[in-house]
Design a protein around this ligand. Sequence first.
Ligand code: C5P
Length: 227
Amino acid sequence: TKKITIAIDGFSSTGKSTLAKQLAKHLGYIYVDTGAMYRAVTFFAMKQGYINADAFDSTTLIASLPSIRLHFEFNAELGFAEVFLNDVNVETEIRTIEVSRFVSKVAEVSQVRAKLVEQQKEMGKNKAIVMDGRDIGTVVFPDAELKIFMTASASTRAQRRYDELVAKGDAVTYEEVLKNVEERDYIDTHREDSPLVMAVDAIEIDNSHLNREEQFAQVLEMVNDIT
Ligand code: C5P
């Protein structure tokens, strides 16, 4: 069977990464979570004091970009690759609500996008990859053989993210999570550089009422039709 590129885009917490991981595992493909890359850069900016609730010094962040190295390492126990920032595993640090609060601001910066997109293209040059994000089908892999655009209602998505955070022991409220999901969606769809839009040749899947098995079966059929 032929190796293809699978691009999965959509709003926050639509279950993109769940689907992408399932597909990658089943097909023996590489899975790349591009949101983790934007989150790692955001975590770096927070740590350096370039971004907080009151200010964002994007100029200094841009100047520091050459000192930021990201890579992924497969964790066999977890079954997916964890993200490393300058050789330090930051998988836990990037999943907090604080990082979620600032990440869309950082992701608006063109120089940040250019750096990450270049690395993403490089990772996909041999195909056999499933990548999820916001601009994968439109910017990173416009020639991907299969493009999925995932949607779900904001309340379904906020409930999922809330359950995830609570399961980790984060003290958050549902309202706070819903507000964050809505704010990020707004910024992601309205930014000038690579806004979140569905590629013209993408297939939309609304999974508000689909369970993960049904969703996986649907997409696997699409993959089998191509390969
Ligand atoms: O997918 P996740 O929710 O972890 O992504 C976090 C944020 O990173 C998104 O809200 C978006 O602002 C940004 N992002 C992006 N382009 C991507 C992936 C993520 O702008 N390809």
